[in-house]
Design a protein. Sequence first.
Length: 510
Amino acid sequence: MTESSAWVNPLRNAKDKRLPRIAGPSGMVIFGVTGDLAYKKLLPAIYDLANRGLLPAGFTLVGYGRRDWSNAAFADYVLDAVKSGSRTKFSADVWEHLARGIEFIRGAFDDEGFDRLSARLGELDTLRGTGGNWAYYLSVPPEFFSNICHQLERVGMSNSVADSWRRVIIEKPFGHDQESARKLNEIVNAVFPESSVFRIDHYLGKETVQNILALRFANQIFEPMWNAHYIDHVQITMAEDIGLGGRAGYYDGIGAARDVIQNHLLQLLALVAMEEPSSFQPEALQAEKIKVLRTTHAVHPLNKTTARGQYSAGWQGSEYVKGLREEDGFDPASTTETYAACTLEVNSRRWGGVPFYLRTGKRLGRRVTEIALVFKAAPHQPFDNGETEALGHNAVVIRVQPDEGVTMRFGSKVPGSTMEVRDVNMDFAYAEAFTEESPEAYERLILDALLDESSLFPTNEEVELSWSILDPIINYWAQAGQPEEYPAGTWGPESADTMLRRRGHTWRRP
């Protein structure tokens, strides 16, 4: 039975957020469906959404690519991806239902394949009840955005008409600097209005990232101290213990700053530093993040407030691993960094004078992403000398991954007859506090795109502002010669430690 395109989801009741959000009649076309991202993340996420009952009965998945596949061959490919990467238990009934709506259209990004695609989507609107509602997922490099968008426009697939909608979902990188990002935005927005563009930053789909908003604005104990009167500095870390492996050729010329800081870490900074939004509607959240990014800048001089490095051979746990310049496909003369750190400031009344230290790197001590708000020392301590030697700074640490949760560090008296104070931790862990499993980031983001919930997607202005913050640092590094080496398994180059010591700070060791 065909569902009306004007169907209203009865579970999308704004008055009761406890009810699950279920997408209305819709389908998705994935460009680049044979790539690693689609195989490892997108296809399993779509199955998991179906398995959780969050997709409409007639949901239709269309793959578009050059391979000479039948619908059955493509369905077998999707099934293989699902069995390899899905997070929910496999159900033959769910798969059989989903597989009825799986099709493949053969074509390139600049040929008549789009005419066949357009004709078939029109047929599927009737056969599957998709109601003209289609999301186009561009899981392809940015150089193909222009061709795909203009082909979609040429065959009339980009226009939302009557009660239907058309949306485009874009993967990073969003350019390689501010100018290229602006050009990409112009290309996409020439075909799709900004309200129909969903830029994926998978970090924003993580439950622990979204919990930053709950931690801050649902609790009275944190927000009064979330400012420069009490916070000494903020550290935002994304560390990986893996090297480049087979991605060396792709990674050369991109580097850690472009790959991680421009998007993931600056988005985390914006969520930490933003003012309370008037609501959690997309426009309100995005407005507050934009205010933060407009007032954020790199601290100078950059030779003292930034650091970059390339990993050399060393011990990663019990394994001896080769250095970056020995990785297959990497140019030994390249100046592309695998470690990047910078000092930023947010020029606002709340954060004036508080340094934000951002760092990311490969082949570091362990895999961890966290945000640490380190507090100033108490203004007066009525203790004798030596009684607080083991006491550091109070801190609130938000663990994004792994071991998702929040840790509070504070001083406590050591049991005994003397007044000795040292640091202790009070810990909250998601896995222990909640029985239900958190959805994978791509599940949340794909569902949000189908529901037109854009809160977790950066706008074009956010993207361009992020590049304006990072561009001066990258331009400086381009003139600064070779990055400093650091042994694999350590926590980065010496210059990163020096960067913090100049202000009396040290990096946390997660």
